[in-house]
Design a protein around this ligand. Structure first.
Ligand code: 5AD
Ligand code: SF4
Length: 472
């Protein structure tokens, strides 16, 4: 655990000095080669990881690497996720393939970071079976990338730097934003909830909130730089500020962010139902800027399973909360996460989940088959269903969720609503893609100059999970 007063600024300063040195060093190498040095950044997992990757990319660009989407780059960084076993397997698969690139370009540097690296068994496996990896670090020391690269260039051996935890929050380093007009902003790190299936508290550490004034200052800077939409990020934003020296509620933070002139939209991720306050609902209901979208992971509809998951709410209290939110904010879009096949889930428990899905009528739901994560309490629980039964439940749930979502998502067909234009449509280059306040996408004909602006669009045709529209 790292602690210390004012270490943040000192640390940031130190990293900036290292970046200067590295920049000169890499420039020399680039001149010798007669070409720019490239980097490729691969990111798995959630919005937090995406945000961390932007920070990593900011450092890489600062020291002179040029971005490429090709994995045979001079520097390849993979930011990993370990929330489900699948995510881990994908990383091992990719790592195997990278060997051939490294053979062709022995100077290539391969770096791994993120949640998966916080697990000692993973690091052991990489040390033994993937010797071509150069740098390994975790979730707590993303800001140190430049120093780790310098260490690698000096030592020639594998550089491993994993911190068990941290109380430090090092900010004020470069970040390479994916979009000019919207940006994620970390408001807190870590999680204290210890849901019994979840590995996040073990790999992302204890909950730490940033001071509200630092968050607001960062958002003001972003707005001055052209950003009009921010996404406030935390594993459980509803418990924001509880551990600060001067505690501040998440609802209060939202009110402070709302005051920032020039900011048009505020989003946040993720809410835990147990901490969602009436104060927050009231602030959302009267806000002009907070988007009409709430992601409220339910995980299961069975009170028994929820108890075994350590979620601290019941089927009834979740339903009551969803009802209260919909009454206070009628045009809100509610989305959720659901896990199927938690060890203690029986057929009856699963039926309860289906029942909640039918009652709440989510606009969309991410559904997952339970994945055993060693070290978590649920890993030792006995399964009540076979793999086949669980797969059957998953398919039934998916069908239900999709049918309902298709209906709820089409409710605005024919209406005129405002979108933030995010880019060209990936499928059809004649179309632009815009995002509604409720998070749905609208594809409509238009010029690239509109990217980053707000436009009124008629939602002409509901296509299930998106609309085809026309600009008004
Ligand atoms: N197995 C399956 N899904 C999981 N999630 C978290 N841990 C697991 C696990 N062990 C899901 C939860 C969470 C989302 C981000 O990932 O639904 O909300
Ligand atoms: Fe995992 Fe639960 Fe924390 Fe979310 S709230 S990160 S599911 S432990």
């Amino acid at each position: 655990m790292r602690t210390g007063t004012n270490i943040n600024e000192l640390e940031a300063q130190k990293q900036k000095e290292i970046m200067e040195r590295l920049k000169a060093r890499l420039e020399k190498r680039s001149q010798e080669l007669g070409r720019p040095l490239t980097y490729c950044s691969v990111c798995f997992g959630c919005q937090m990881n995406a945000k961390d990757s932007e920070k990593l990319e900011g450092i890489l660009e600062t020291i002179g690497y040029v971005r490429t989407e090709n994995e045979d780059a001079d520097f390849l960084i993979m930011n990993t996720c370990t929330v489900r076993e699948n995510a881990n397997l994908r990383v091992y698969g990719r790592l195997g393939q990278l060997k051939k690139y490294k053979k062709k370009n022995p100077d290539m540097i391969i770096a791994l970071c993120g949640c998966m690296m916080q697990e000692s068994l993973v690091v052991e496996k990489i040390k033994q079976s993937y010797r071509h990896v150069d740098i390994i670090f975790g979730t707590h020391n993303v800001f140190k990338l430049a120093e780790l690269i310098e260490n690698r260039l000096d030592s020639k051996g594998m550089v491993i730097d994993i911190w068990e935890g941290t109380s430090e929050i090092v900010e004020d380093l470069p970040s390479e934003r994916k979009y000019d007009f919207k940006c994620g902003v970390n408001i807190m790190y870590g999680c204290n909830n210890f849901c019994t299936y979840c590995i996040v508290p073990y790999v992302r550490g204890r909950e730490r909130s940033r001071k509200p004034e630092d968050i607001v200052a960062e958002i003001k800077e972003l707005v001055a730089d052209g950003v009009t939409e921010v996404m406030l990020l935390g594993q459980n934003v509803n418990s924001y500020g509880k551990t600060l020296e001067n505690p501040v509620s998440f609802a209060k933070l939202l009110e402070m962010v709302e005051e920032v002139d020039g900011l048009k939209r505020i989003r946040f991720m993720t809410s835990h139902p147990k901490d969602l306050s009436d104060e927050l609902i009231a602030v959302m209901a009267k806000s002009k800027k907070i988007c009409k979208h709430l992601h409220l992971p339910m995980q299961s509809g069975s009170s028994k399973v929820l108890k075994d998951m350590n979620r601290s709410y019941t089927k009834e209290s979740y339903l009551a909360l969803a009802d209260k939110i919909k009454k206070a904010i009628p045009d809100i879009s509610l989305t959720t996460d659901i896990i199927v096949g938690f060890p203690t889930e029986t057929e009856e428990d699963f039926e309860e989940t289906i029942d909640v899905v039918r009652k709440v009528r989510f606009d969309s739901a991410f559904t997952f088959i339970y994945s055993r994560r060693s070290g978590t309490p649920a890993a030792n629980m006995e399964f009540q269903a076979t793999d086949e039964e669980i797969k059957g439940r998953f398919d039934r749930l998916l069908k239900e969720v999709q049918e309902i979502a298709k209906e709820t998502c089409s409710k605005d067909q024919g209406n005129i609503m405002e979108v933030l234009v995010e880019g060209r449509d990936e499928q059809d280059e004649n179309l632009l893609t815009g995002r509604l306040s409720n998070n749905l996408l609208v594809h409509f004909p238009g010029d690239s100059e509109l990217i980053g602006t707000y436009q009124n669009v008629k939602l002409a045709e509901a296509k299930g999970f998106y609309y085809i529209g026309e600009r008004i």
